[in-house]
Design a binder for this molecule. Structure first.
Ligand SMILES: [Zn+2]
Length: 210
């Protein structure tokens, strides 16, 4: 999908360190129209009658939903991180766990969803904690692979925060795969080098691991 500069759907209230998303109903009109055309055609091709009452507005709704599900293309996760970096001497592991995650697999364009658990060890800088779920969302709201998503989140935090280490674990269910949970992980620095550090992180999130 092409990048749509004029489109923004979800913004965060940056003045408050909160996880409250403010939903902004703003769509790219011409994109809605062309996507809706495609969805109308799809409905006919699967044997539906796009003119029946329940489906009349479906192509437009689906077009808007697809824009929402891919709005991460318009967000720069690094700038989210850079907007809230603070000098801080704290040097213990910082963990944000059970971050809700919703994405679309790029092979089937079907949802995968689950939880992300993220930790870092500061090296003179910390980040406003609400930014980490926003980084997750910015990468998740695109066509993705769980493996790539995991690495992108790790790299973004690593490059902007320059910590002593980053750990990312994602556990997700994929609608294209029945009855299973896929767990992916990505580590840098101390989490790679030091088994004890990695184990501490895993034990702190373990209660939530499948
Ligand atoms: Zn898939």
């Amino acid at each position: 999908m092409k990048k749509q500069k004029t489109y923004s759907h979800v913004v965060m209230d940056d003045d408050k360190e909160s996880n409250n998303y403010i939903k902004v109903e703003k769509y790219n009109g011409s994109l809605v129209k062309s996507l809706a055309g495609g969805y109308g055609k799809l409905l006919s091709e699967i044997g539906e009658d796009p003119k029946r009452q329940g489906l009349v507005k479906t192509p437009e709704r689906a077009a808007k939903a697809m824009q929402f599900l891919t709005h991460g293309y318009d967000i720069d996760p690094s700038s989210i991180m850079r907007s809230a970096l603070f000098k801080e001497k704290y040097s213990q592991m910082v963990i944000v766990k059970d971050i809700e995650l919703y994405s679309l697999c790029e092979h089937h364009m079907l949802p995968f969803f689950g939880k992300a658990h993220i930790a870092y060890i500061p090296n003179g800088k910390v980040v406003g904690l609400s930014k980490i779920p926003r980084v997750v969302d910015a990468y998740a709201r695109r066509l993705q692979l769980q493996e790539r998503l995991t690495d992108q989140i790790r790299d973004c935090i690593d490059e902007t925060l320059e910590p002593l280490g980053v750990a990312v674990v994602i556990e997700a269910q994929h609608l294209c795969m029945q009855n299973s949970v896929t767990t992916t992980s990505a580590f840098t620095g101390e989490f790679l080098k030091n088994e004890k550090t990695r184990e501490e992180f895993i034990s702190l999130i373990r209660s939530k691991l499948h």
